[in-house]
Ligand binder design. Structure first.
Ligand code: ZN
Ligand code: ZN
Length: 138
């Protein structure tokens, strides 16, 4: 039996942007392109895709600011106060791109693809070998 997923809450780090979203995501990509590395200070972004009507903004929608990467179909959309990425419409305006880290709960689907692996960081290959701690290393 298919579980019915409750809507998820999401927010930026400072809570000045908040939303609720249906937990019925279409796809979940991890993008390793150079632009996404810069945007995240990490190996890749983790972006979910969903119908644009799936979101209800609770607070601060108009506050989000953006940077369009020249010559690329890539945007960084973020809270101007805390810098956290927040959901935004894709370039054709039909789908919402939702940064997985902006969600306060677990999405109903797992990532299914790493994309732009040609540009990936070599250290990403070593992640599965690293030590793991529940908090700061003791
Ligand atoms: Zn914020
Ligand atoms: Zn990318």
């Amino acid at each position: 039996m298919q579980a019915i997923h409750q809507p998820l809450k999401g927010s930026c780090l400072c809570q000045s942007i908040q939303f609720e979203i249906e937990n019925s995501f279409r796809s979940f990509f991890l993008c390793h392109c150079h632009q996404c590395q810069k945007m995240t200070d990490s190996a890749h972004v983790a972006n979910l895709f969903i119908d644009k009507n799936a979101i209800t903004w609770l607070k601060g929608e108009s506050k989000a600011t953006h940077y369009q990467v020249p010559g690329h179909d890539i945007k960084n959309v973020f809270c101007p106060d805390c810098g956290s990425p927040v959901p935004y419409l894709n370039s054709n305006g039909k789908l919402l791109i939702v940064p997985a880290g902006s969600l306060d709960g677990e999405p109903s689907i797992a990532p299914h693809s790493h994309i732009f692996m040609e540009e990936k960081r070599k250290w990403h290959d070593e992640i599965h070998k690293t030590l793991q701690f529940d908090g700061f290393p003791s």
